[in-house]
Ligand binder design. Sequence first.
Ligand code: AMP
Ligand code: TRP
Length: 336
Amino acid sequence: MEKPNKRILSGVQPSGDLHLGNYLGAIKNFVSLQHEYECFFCVVDLHAITVWQDPAMLAQKTREVTAAFIASGIDPDKNTLFVQSQVPQHSQLAWIFSCIARMGWLNRMTQFKDKAGKNSENVSVGLYSYPTLMAADILIYLATHVPVGEDQKQHLELTRDIAQKFNNDFKNDLFPIPEPLILGEAKRVMSLRDGTKKMSKSDPSDYSRIMLSDSKENIIQKIKKAKTDPLPLPENLEDAKKRPEAMNLLTIFAALSNTDAEKVILDYAGKDFSKFKNDLGDLASSKLSPISSEMSKLMNDKNFLDSIINSGKEKAISVADPVLKKVNEIIGFLSR
Ligand code: AMP
Ligand code: TRP
């Protein structure tokens, strides 16, 4: 079996509308990485059902994430865009990995603790074992690199531990130890209402996040209303770091304009937030509106989207199946 040395896999859940955090922390980086790596981008619907999903909405959101990939600039001919549940090899490897991973490893996962909260007796078993499925997503393609937002770093470490333990237990070197690619200025985009909380799909406040589907006016309005402190903009990076809401907006500005936060701070040092927010509103709406109108166009062409998803599935299976066969053989399962 041929072992790639520059292969990417990453996934996005179809569990709600995509927001600026998904775009800056993940999808925007996928777009630049596609030229340098062989890429597999997956809509992870099996991950989404770890919490309740309305069936009709799930199908719609699955197509929507695929449309967002394409509308953001990922070339569907050059890369493999596919839907996780259509490639059963992911689930099969996930079971095997749930026998490799240790309870102690999963007990340390902070995302589970955050998501389960006080309700840990009543959340699904899948929400707990979620990271073993994520490890399978990555390793079934022998992916060497995984672009994600910072919130996924711990899950990536677990993936590396699983790969290592499998290789050690079975005295082989099948799995690469994949590297996280946590890139860009906005590795962790924060809520517009609270600079200490991650921007997320599950925040009850609509004003906490900018959606890819928001209208121009809506984006401008949300940025105008974003929480800030009463001081003018910080004079340097050190000061900015002590002011989470200011730092978040500066980072978003930097990421959208492909520069770094230090440069943006220099441009706006000591100025009023109102001018900065006007500029940021214009910048964000000019970058996001073309994506959202392209997404709407694609969503009206279901046949096109489904043909992309279908050929992605074929390509994904052709790579994943030989790896699963090899895993089965290593473990001692009888061949199919
Ligand atoms: P999810 O929507 O949870 O499937 O996340 C898809 C991708 O977006 C993952 O790579 C996440 O790390 C990334 N992501 C989600 N929220 C944020 C955020 N607030 N800031 C940066 N990246 C994020
Ligand atoms: N767990 C990731 C998230 O919530 C999504 C995901 C699933 C993923 N499988 C993956 C990301 C594999 C990268 C690689 O954001």
